[in-house]
Design a protein around this ligand. Structure first.
Ligand code: SF4
Ligand code: SF4
Length: 386
């Protein structure tokens, strides 16, 4: 189906978009088209949100489908639910596009089993930085309301939101669209057969032309692409050479919070947290004697470059790493820039659900002539997937 043929349905949206999404989920559960839903709810202290898996429809009243900030990346929640298999519950997960994209990457790595999940995204205007939200929940809600109205992130948003080109429909099963529309309405759009089946089961009238919404989204995207270009140029200049990298991460205290918050870093034990990575004290002293001094701990740049090498193909620029950094290093700006370069090199877009496997999990001989030369004697034993 081409984009121009894609149709949606209009949800009764006298309320804000979040209210329309809540009503939609209520209907899906009442009609037993979903056993449960997963979406954010405010924590009792009111200064953050938690992911709640709920099968009790009455809990929906307190849910906040489109939350102002993102404390835990949603893909992590989906991984914890499905890493051992799809389970028996049919669950609708309502998440930001970057969260669904991360879940898609994790599914390619066998960490999320989406078979029984219906992945729902929405037009994301941006997310308030977590620390700002925790410091001032009421003020942050006002900022977020402004972002929803304008369709654009403001200064309270994560820096990566200003450069995010994938803030709208992106390979989810269903999508809620509302940004850029002159009329106050919320559209629900199918993105897969699973999504179409759900909307048909709900009896929604899928005849709404999407051109006005698509035009609005394209305009917002054009602004983001300009911002992305200039931000990446600045980051590139900052990262110039090894000294540039050293300078960006000069304040790093080696806490590895950025790695813990990242949805793609799923390893139970990271090499950089293992005993193997611990430097031998004698070697450190020898190095200090040779060079006249060394900075401790020694693994900081290695940690960041190692992480980039491992996961930049799957980085979805969600900004969780920056939010988690206690010393305000713009980790996500750096990783987004590097991810953009890596993904371009491999002609790959993280989070696509088009059957494309992760590039580093397969290779074509033609892509690696040098390596093929080296291994030609062992060619018969080298697995290849043309
Ligand atoms: S590296 Fe940072 S921006 Fe990229 S996926 Fe991980 S947490 Fe998100
Ligand atoms: S969260 Fe910040 S300080 Fe901690 S390891 Fe990552 S970059 Fe360094």
């Amino acid at each position: 189906m081409t984009d121009s043929e894609l149709k949606g349905a209009v949800l009764p949206a006298l309320k804000k978009p979040g209210g329309a999404v809540r009503d939609f989920l209520r209907l899906a559960m009442e009609k037993e088209l979903a056993d449960a839903v997963i979406l954010p709810m405010k924590v009792p202290s009111g200064d953050s949100f938690a992911w709640i898996l709920m099968n009790d429809i009455s809990l929906l009243d307190d849910a906040v489908p489109i939350a102002a900030t993102m404390p835990v990346q949603g893909a992590k929640a989906l991984r914890s639910l499905t890493r051992k298999g799809p389970g028996n519950l049919k669950i609708i997960a309502v998440m930001r596009p970057c969260e669904i994209r991360a879940a898609m990457e994790l599914s390619k790595l066998g960490q999320v089993h989406p078979e029984n999940l219906i992945l729902a995204t929405y037009d994301c205007p941006g997310a308030v930085q977590l620390q700002k939200y925790v410091d001032d929940p009421a003020g942050s809600e006002e900022y977020f309301a402004g972002m929803l109205q304008k369709g654009k992130p403001d200064d309270s948003a994560k820096p990566v939101c200003h450069t995010c080109e994938n803030f709208s429909m992106f390979d989810s099963d269903i999508h809620f669209g509302y940004l850029g529309l002159s009329e106050k309405e919320v559209l629900v759009i199918p993105g897969s057969e699973k999504g179409s089946a759900l909307l048909e089961g709900l009896g929604l009238d899928l005849t709404k032309d999407l051109q006005a919404w698509e035009k609005g989204i394209d305009q917002l995207k054009a602004d983001k692409l300009n911002s992305r270009k200039s931000t990446f140029e600045e980051t590139k200049a900052q990262l110039n050479g090894f000294n540039g990298l050293l300078s960006v991460f000069a304040n790093c205290i080696g806490c590895h919070n950025c790695q813990s918050a990242c949805p793609i870093c799923y390893c139970r034990l990271c090499y950089f947290d293992s005993e193997t990575a611990e430097q031998d004290p004698d070697a450190l002293i020898t190095a200090a004697e040779k060079r006249g001094g060394i900075s401790l701990p020694v693994d900081r740049i290695m940690f960041h470059t190692g992480r980039m090498a491992h996961m930049s193909l799957s980085c979805v620029s969600c900004g969780q790493c920056s939010d988690a950094c206690p010393v305000s290093i713009p980790v996500a700006d750096v990783f987004s820039y590097v991810a953009d370069q890596t993904q371009r090199t491999f002609e790959y877009t993280a989070g696509r659900n088009d059957g494309d496997p992760l590039p580093l999990r397969q290779f074509r001989k033609a892509e690696l002539p040098g390596v093929h030369e080296l291994v030609k004697d062992a060619d018969a034993e080298v697995p290849s997937h043309e």
